[in-house]
Design a protein around this ligand. Structure first.
Ligand code: MEV
Length: 441
């Protein structure tokens, strides 16, 4: 976050933010970040005009709105971040803010990410002697790297470029070779550069192997571009009085929940989905390719031959001997701070300014911290009172809206649904009718 020189010290801790009106929330953000009138206008209107949208995809007929929330309380590597999140699911923004608040007094998150290495794949079929073909490709590494760099001098000028080759040899049932070009994409996601490089070396690869090149495309399993984050929370801070559970019991529940995802892919899919609730929301807000991020995360989760958790939780004392819950996450995050839709979409421009990261690696670290927070929030809820109760009041607001409640009616209708314990469309319509008739909803 690019804090203003006169900004309040506690950059991401905006107590009572949820209770403010929209203009007050925007004013609170503006007090901390150099948002222009145009940025605020983009947030108010959704930003993307028809004319621009029509240039982005084919057969365009409209623009699709989604809520933008701000994840609060994040302290990552000693720095405050306001986290823009685009997500339609209730509870996600509140959940990450809750865990960030728990972690904050204990140093917040540590996060880091590898350099921006992407893999370009070149598929070779029909090489008469696969072992000799693989050796020839390896021996030609300097030539292939130079050829690839020549395709994208701009990337080289920005400090990136082709860094190495690897060859994978596949046998039965479909014998083939895959050449991997490892390309440092720096702050770009790199799809265009990497694909162009793969296409650029293809002719020479055929010459070296005697085979035929078919596919030339990046791999979304960006396992040379991993991001990691970790946190610790004293167990006493995890107590859940509403569920009648002490901190140690909750910490044990979280660890057991993580272990469930380690042993069972059916659980791991849901566990990792929760992580991606947070990660995707930031990916979308910052104009990144969240389908690529999703593909990479799930492929990485299955890397050992069984689909598992992307996070790990354990209990151990801290250096002062206080019992703590520790958590960490590792996943591929091929994300960018340059290129893509940044220049085209005014809301993304404003949200990137709000987040204020300076490099793709910094962004990846932040996203890892958000994914870890979302996961811990879900496991904590699941290990205590269950997910439904927390979801209910936010879900009730969506149901009230769907039943036709106007903005000023939503809170009363939602409260009526929650207290009746029935968050259903018919109940919302009935509560709305009572409210409009001047009765208690
Ligand atoms: C819902 O979107 C996400 C959760 O199912 C994640 C989980 O079960 O860990 C609550």
């Amino acid at each position: 976050m690019s804090l203003k020189p006169n900004a309040p010290a506690a950059g991401s801790r905006l107590a009572g933010f949820y209770a403010l009106g929209r203009d007050e929330r925007l004013a609170a953000l503006r007090a901390r970040v150099d948002l222009t009138d145009e940025d605020l206008e983009a947030l108010r209107t959704g930003g993307l005009e028809w004319g621009r949208a029509d240039k982005m995809v084919e057969n365009c007929v409209g623009v699709f709105g989604l809520p933008v929330g701000v994840g609060l309380n994040f302290l990552i590597n000693g720095r405050d971040y306001l986290i823009p999140m685009v997500v339609e699911e209730p509870s996600v923004v509140a959940a990450v803010s809750h865990v960030a608040r728990l972690a904050r007094p204990h140093g917040g998150f540590r996060a880091e990410a590898d350099e921006g290495l992407m893999i370009a794949q070149v598929q070779v079929v029909g090489a008469p002697d696969p072992a000799a073909a693989a050796a020839a490709l390896r021996a030609a590494e300097p030539e292939l790297l130079a050829l690839a760099d020549a395709v994208h001098p701009n990337l080289v000028a920005r400090g990136g470029g082709a860094r190495g080759v690897e060859v994978r040899v596949f046998e039965e049932p479909f014998p083939m070779l895959a050449l991997h070009l490892l390309v440092d994409c720096v702050d770009a996601m790199g799809a265009n550069a990497v694909n162009a490089m793969a296409e650029g070396v293809a002719g020479r690869v055929e010459g070296l192997t005697g085979g035929r090149v078919y596919l030339r495309i990046l791999s979304n399993l960006a396992d040379r571009r991993l991001a990691r984050a970790s946190l610790r929370v004293p167990e006493e801070a995890l107590a859940a009085p509403r569920a009648g559970m002490g901190g140690a019991e909750v910490a044990e529940g979280v660890v057991q929940a993580y272990r469930f995802a380690e042993v069972d892919p059916y659980r791991a899919a849901t566990h990792n989905k929760g992580i991606m609730n947070g990660v995707d929301a930031v990916a979308i807000a910052t104009g990144n390719d969240w389908r690529g991020v999703e593909a990479g995360a799930h492929a990485y989760a299955a890397r050992g031959g069984r689909y598992r958790s992307l996070t790990r939780f354990w209990r151990a004392p801290d250096e002062a001997g206080a019992p703590c819950l520790w958590g960490e996450i590792e996943l591929p995050l091929a994300v960018a701070t340059v290129g893509g839709s940044t220049g085209v979409h005014p809301t993304i421009r404003a949200l990137r300014k709000l987040l204020g990261v300076e490099s793709a690696r910094e962004l990846a670290g932040v996203m890892a911290a958000v994914g870890l927070s979302q996961n811990l929030a879900a496991l904590k809820a699941l290990a205590t009172e269950g997910i439904q109760r927390g979801h209910m009041s936010l879900h009730a607001r969506s149901v009230a809206l769907a039943a036709g409640a106007r903005e000023e009616e939503v809170a009363a209708v939602a409260a009526a649904l929650v207290s009746a314990g029935s968050v259903k469309h018919d109940a919302a319509a009935a509560a709305l009718a009572r409210l409009r008739a001047g009765e208690a909803p």
